[in-house]
Design a protein around this ligand. Structure first.
Ligand code: AMP
Ligand code: GLY
Length: 421
């Protein structure tokens, strides 16, 4: 197949690597891609947030499938244009992508579909924010309504900080004040063709910048899959997945279909397992980053087949995706100053040495070639990904590998997957 992947992060590198690992010998194109993706796919110059440009390119090049990585092209309507012109695309249209783009939309759909989530109030003024904070009590959870690259949420005991966070976002629209939910978090991905869904294996993300879940929220500093502790609460991973499929994924997909905005793509359910049951904290309309980097290396079913089935409405005919019993751990290498103010442009080296560690590969995020070497071009620079039969070995491999990479001032968490070792 000829496949175009849109995006430039480690998630897109993971997608391309998974497609490349199939025996089918696909022709892989990526826009804009990065230095790592360039090694396994052909980078092409198409503005990924321009629906007409992407569709024209896909038609000219006779692309069989377009996979949309990040949310920006979805919100820009890229999938709508492709679908209108008959090109199979894995990614929801603009309307269904509001599940991620607008927390108010997501809450409305969940309420209509009877999906369990935290109680929340929309506040439009500072006075409404104050009332809602006092009604729900501490710890306070305040969320910006639109896309904020993982930075729109604050969870704090400090009422003044909660108010201040709300006030930074109020000029752009209402903010959500949500009930605090406590428990372990799970990221569960569903492929959806608008009607049927297929779950992938669960993963856990580390959103805070520093060890012990301290520091500010980030786009994600590491992840692991599967989650062995799910079995304690649910009997098995399969039972957990079946439960979330019935109570979360299918009701949402049905509701969106009823509203005439079918969800064709990746439904990412961000869940908290509270003592009173599973609650949705957020939906995303695309693969998670960095969870994808640990889920896809464990996937045994050909990814292209699943994504094409979702894009063409034939997921019902596909058996459940199969996963290796091996585990995967990923650790993100971040630039100095990330997430507040990352330093970029610095030399990056040692990747071949890191890649040489058994079971390890590198997923590039913000990298570019410069003067014959690599430089870091953003906050989250790359992921080391380690697979192994057990978490102790996977962690050892990941940390051995990241120790071989040199980037002045860089930082990473040292406790990824430590809790499951
Ligand atoms: P979000 O951007 O909605 O995924 O939120 C980012 C992070 O904030 C989540 O991964 C949780 O760790 C935390 N969070 C969000 N909502 C809540 C909530 N209602 N209660 C507790 N923590 C939350
Ligand atoms: N890992 C969090 C996200 O992709 O939004």
């Amino acid at each position: 197949m000829k496949i175009l992947v849109l995006g430039s992060g480690a998630r897109e590198h993971a997608l391309v690597l998974a497609l490349r690992s199939e025996e089918a010998g696909h022709e892989l194109l990526a826009a804009p891609g990065n230095a790592g993706i360039a090694r396994v796919a052909t980078l092409v110059e198409v503005d990924m947030v321009d629906p007409v440009a992407v569709a024209s390119f896909a038609i000219d090049q006779a692309v069989d499938l377009v996979i949309v990585g990040p949310e920006a092209p979805l919100i820009a309507g890229v999938a709508d244009e492709l679908r209108e012109r008959g090109i199979p695309v894995f990614g929801p249209g603009r309307a269904a992508a509001q599940l991620e783009g607008s927390k108010a939309f997501a809450k409305r759909i969940m309420s209509a579909a009877g999906v369990p989530t935290g109680r929340a109030t929309h506040a439009r003024t500072a006075a409404e924010v104050a009332d809602a904070l006092d009604a729900l009590g501490a710890p306070y959870v305040v969320k910006a309504d639109g896309l904020a690259a993982g930075k729109g949420v604050i969870v704090t005991e400090d009422r003044a900080a909660a108010l201040a966070h709300a006030e930074t976002y109020l000029p752009t629209g209402p903010v959500l004040i949500e009930e605090f939910l406590s428990g372990p978090e799970v990221s569960l991905f569903f492929l959806s063709d608008g009607d049927a869904v297929r779950a992938l294996s669960p993963a856990q993300d580390y959103k805070r910048a520093l060890d012990g879940d301290a520091g500010p929220n980030t786009g994600g500093m590491g992840a692991y899959s599967p989650l062995p502790w799910l079995a304690e609460q649910f009997g098995s991973e399969d039972e957990f997945v079946a439960h979330v499929t019935e109570t979360v994924a299918l009701p949402v997909v049905r509701r969106l279909d009823e509203e005439g905005t079918p969800f064709i793509g990746l439904l990412y359910a961000g869940l908290i397992l509270t003592p009173s049951g599973v609650r949705v904290i957020e939906f995303n309309a695309r693969f998670g980053d960095p969870e994808t980097q640990v889920v896809l290396p464990r996937l045994k079913t050909p990814l292209s087949r699943l994504l094409l089935a979702a894009a063409t409405g034939t997921l019902e005919d596909e058996p459940r995706p199969e996963f290796s019993p091996d585990v995967a751990v990923t650790v993100v290498l971040a630039s100095e100053g990330y997430p507040e103010k990352p330093e970029t442009g610095r030399a990056l080296s040692g990747l071949d040495e890191a890649d040489a560690v058994e079971g390890v590969h590198i997923a590039h995020a913000a990298t570019a070639e410069s003067d014959g070497g690599l430089i870091a071009t953003g906050g989250r620079v790359l992921n080391v990904v380690a697979t192994a039969p057990d978490f102790r070995t996977a962690r050892e491999r990941a940390y051995e590998a990241i120790g071989r990479i040199r980037l002045e001032g860089s930082h990473h968490r040292t406790d990824i997957a430590a809790r499951v070792e």
